[in-house]
Write a new protein. Structure first.
Length: 124
């Protein structure tokens, strides 16, 4: 099932690129805009007088295929996710044993006496 979903994903990418190119080849309703800038006139020379019909039909068909593939892949991924069997591909969780906290080591030097407790030196 996973291989089929991979192939369908590749087909979806190809259909998406085709749909982008077909939309960019169409001539805009007004003679300016992105359609003319991206080669809208070239499509007329390629397909002849019925360029609008050919490109419109290609756009409609490609968009139908795009949406069918997108919904099919969505449902396929849901099916794959709900019916998947744990094959041990995930890392196992290992519980570490709890250790008792270590006691704080005693300081090497005794704490310094506070200045009030220390005897003061006689003043000369």
């Amino acid at each position: 099932m996973s291989i089929l979903l991979g192939i369908l994903t590749f087909v979806l990418v190809v259909v998406s690129l085709f749909l982008i190119l077909v939309v960019l080849m169409q001539k805009a309703k007004s003679d300016g805009g992105m359609g003319a800038a991206m080669g809208g006139g070239v499509a007329e020379a390629t397909f002849g007088a019925d360029t609008g019909n050919v490109l419109s039909k290609a756009t409609i068909n490609a968009s139908i295929v795009f949406f069918i593939l997108a919904i099919g892949l969505f449902l396929g991924r849901i099916y794959l996710h709900t019916h998947s069997v744990d094959r041990g591909t995930a890392l196992p969780t290992i519980a570490a044993p709890m250790k008792a906290p270590l006691p704080m080591p005693s300081p090497a030097m005794p704490p310094a006496a506070s200045p009030a407790a220390a005897p003061s030196a006689p003043k000369p």
